[in-house]
Design a protein around this ligand. Structure first.
Ligand code: ADP
Ligand code: ZN
Length: 722
């Protein structure tokens, strides 16, 4: 099994429970697998599929994911196919033929197909060895995602009595679990429940003040990674996406009110790394299997802890450190309370209220957030430092905040409750700057009243008063702070106030993340990532399907020099070794030569190498020169010992960056050229696939690509293409 794991998937060892599950499946037992997102569920049926004689049928409700999965399998050299409503009938019958002829090992099908009698007949003609039910909770009305189609799945059991069934889900409470077993008619199933802890995620709650600034800061930290920002309303997603775009970030909104095609396009762009940030309502996420999301932000208070766990769960599927940040304010709490008070049904309202209380308790915690989540999910959790939440990373202590709170609130009142946190802090600390003097605020009795307190500490204090409801924030672009009714009661009633603050003794940057980072060469990583993106766009697949970040990090750490060494990298199986070792090895070699480094023995120094190599560009230029000499793709490929696809992508990259090269000898005959150009223009398309679909098989990919390049060249020279 280990051998197959390495050969096909490139991995050296199993993730927890995978081996046990696979063993049971191979022994013909029915199994139910409960694992969190990123736990490695797919492998539990994909690996057995390779061992069984017949076909493995996978039922999945997420159409968008099917293609992703199938592409991923094919990239690993595993024959797989799919049948769903996105296929034309011609394409579908082709897949059916392949399945009948035993040419596929894995076939993904959408559940609604199972009700069609024609489809049932087709299934009857197959030799099915294993049935996998993905997102199995969809079968239960108790679940959050019930799909009536899933009720048809029982027929599979009847039709293929000899094939074991494996049901998989990332969300299953006790009733849902029972439902899955009963509805699917699982036979004495072996049930596997893995921990739902996500060790690579760091949970942080931040006060919701200067939120945009805080968000920008987070995005800056994760500027090389994908991020999802969740917002409460549709309108808010659009506003925030716009604000981010205006500040130079690549961000798009996503919500259920947008047109279907636009939604699909946004999703696609996100998956392909063509947009970095999606600002979304919770409508975004189902069907996003992107493994390298580095940051999930809840800009507004989520409604439930379950929702929060699910949404944050979309970060870091690849197991690499990722951040989950929630902005919390008292205002959001009141907003939600108001919405809940509008619910008419008593039961529903009570339920919503309980849920709100739970998420509020989570936000207000002074103890480990992970422990709360785990207990919420019904898992026991040791009360030790988790090393991955704001509380554990930055221990807090209680202190008497009565006096300082009185000062802050008085200052807010004296200045007219029209200013934000920075201004208040200026007045409190006695900063007689122009803004303060112009308003005469330097003459107020509160001016300089907290001169002795550090300004960061004061800001934290003000935020804390917002979080605790004594101050309320008004407006969004330039939020001002006013004293709430509760704040006034506190002032007038001379109440005591106890708050918490970070313990000063604790090292502030006791970063769990730094320990987790491996000492790989980040420059080389960047070079490799650029190559990966190039290959991925050429193949029109997401970059992570070429290699995951973990795999690139390993390359940038071990710096393999030849195929044997390359094959040892985790994530490199036989198909990827065959298809990609060459270009990646080339970049690594060039990099090492340029930096005078021999391969890594022991940890690589993380210090950045002096000379920035442009391994890829050098290679691209070489390709371009050969094309300019009049060689065909094939000849260049042969001459350079690189695949034709790579040659083509070199040239595209060169042209995309504004380069010019004579393509005359590569051009298809004029008649064809005209048709291709017309098709690109008519469809308003830059991608090859739709144009190729429209024109048919008489046109080769190369012909389409060359015409597109030529159009781009004319465009960049300023000639109108039309
Ligand atoms: P799930 O469906 O449970 O959310 P996936 O099957 O998508 O999880 O796997 C999550 C990630 O873990 C994927 O990037 C996958 O390639 C990786 N993975 C799966 N099994 C292994 C393994 N044995 N070793 C290393 N990585 C693995
Ligand atoms: Zn913790």
């Amino acid at each position: 099994m280990l051998e197959q794991l390495k050969t096909y998937f490139g991995f050296d060892r199993f993730l927890p429970l995978q081996e046990e599950i696979i063993a049971k499946v191979l022994a013909g037992r029915d199994t139910l697998v409960l694992m969190p997102t990123g736990g490695g569920k797919s492998l539990c049926y994909q690996l057995p599929a390779l061992r069984f004689k017949g076909l493995t049928l996978v039922v999945s409700p997420l159409i968008a994911l099917m293609k992703d999965q199938v592409d991923g399998l094919r990239a690993n050299g595993i024959p797989a196919g799919l049948l769903n409503s996105t296929l034309s009938s011609k394409e579908a019958s082709l897949v059916q033929d392949q399945a009948r002829q035993g040419k596929l090992k894995i076939l993904y099908v959408a559940p609604e197909r199972l009700a069609l009698s024609g489809f049932q007949r087709f299934l009857q003609s197959l030799e099915v060895s294993l049935i996998a039910i993905d997102e199995a909770h969809c079968i239960s009305e108790w679940g959050h995602d019930f799909r009536p189609d899933y009720r048809n799945l029982k027929s599979l059991r009847r039709d293929f009595p000899g094939a074991p069934v494996i049901a998989l889900t990332a969300t299953a409470t006790e009733p849902v679990r029972e439902d899955i077993v009963n509805q699917l008619g699982l036979d004495k199933p072996e049930i596997f429940i893995s921990s739902f802890n996500r060790p690579n995620l760091t949970y942080t709650i931040q006060p919701k003040t200067e939120t945009l600034g805080a968000l920008l800061h987070l995005l800056e930290k994760h500027k090389d990674g994908s991020a999802i920002v969740y917002r409460f309303s549709r309108k808010a997603t659009e506003e925030t996406a716009l604000e981010l775009s205006e500040r130079g970030f690549s961000a798009l909104p996503y919500h259920a009110g947008l047109e279907r095609d636009l939604r699909r396009e946004t999703q696609e762009k996100f998956i392909r790394d063509q947009v970095q940030i999606v600002v979304a309502t919770i409508a975004f996420g189902m069907g996003i299997d992107k493994p390298d999301v580095r940051l999930v932000v809840h800009y507004d208070l989520p409604k439930t802890v379950e929702g929060y766990y699910q949404e944050t769960g979309r970060a870091g599927r690849d197991g690499l450190p990722s951040d989950c940040v929630l902005f919390y304010s008292y205002g959001d709490r009141s907003k939600q309370e108001y919405f809940i008070s509008q619910i008419e049904d008593d039961d529903e309202r009570d339920k919503a209220h309980t849920k709100l209380e739970q998420i509020l308790a989570f936000c207000d915690l002074q103890t480990c957030r992970r422990a709360y989540l785990m207990e919420y999910l019904g898992e026991s959790w040791p009360k030790t430092d988790c090393g991955g939440c704001d509380i554990c990373l930055l221990p807090r202590e209680e202190f008497d905040a009565t006096e300082i709170a009185q000062k802050v609130l008085s200052t807010a009142i004296r200045t007219g409750e029209r200013f934000g946190v920075n201004y208040l802090v200026d007045v409190l600390r006695g900063a007689a700057n122009k803004a303060v003097r112009n308003r005469g605020h330097h003459e107020l009795p509160v001016f300089g009243i907290s001169r002795d307190v550090d300004s960061d500490e004061l800001k934290e204090m003000v935020r804390s008063l917002v979080t605790n409801g004594l101050l309320v924030q008004q407006g969004t672009s330039f939020p001002t702070l006013a004293v709430s009714a509760q704040g006034r009661r506190f002032l007038n009633g001379r109440e005591q106030l106890t708050l918490t603050r970070p313990k000063h003794a604790a090292p502030v940057h006791q970063a769990a993340t730094s320990e987790r980072e491996t000492a790989y060469d980040t420059r080389l990583f960047d070079e490799l990532a650029a190559l990966r993106l190039e290959i991925a766009s050429d193949r029109e697949v997401p970059a992570y399907q070429i290699f995951g970040n973990k795999t690139l990090q390993q390359m940038a750490f071990h710096m393999p020099r030849n195929e044997v060494e390359f094959s040892k990298i985790s994530g490199v199986g036989y198909a990827k070794l065959r298809d990609f070792s060459e270009p990646f090895l080339k970049v690594i070699t060039e990099y090492m030569e340029a930096n005078g480094q021999s391969a890594a023995v022991g940890p690589v120094p993380v210090t950045a190498p002096k000379k920035r190599v442009r391994g890829i560009s050098m290679s691209i230029r070489e390709t371009k020169d050969l094309v300019a000499q009049g060689l065909s793709f094939e000849e260049v490929a042969e001459r350079r010992g690189i695949s034709e696809t790579t040659i083509r992508s070199h040239l595209e990259r060169f042209i995309q960056e504004g380069g010019q090269v004579d393509l005359g000898h590569l051009m298809p005959p004029e008649e064809k050229r005209v048709k291709i150009e017309a098709a690109f223009k008519e469809m308003g398309e830059a991608r090859l696939t739709p144009v190729r679909d429209a024109l048919g098989d008489d046109y080769t990919w190369d012909e389409l690509a060359v015409v597109r390049m030529e159009m781009r060249q004319r465009e960049s020279q300023g000639e109108p293409v039309a």
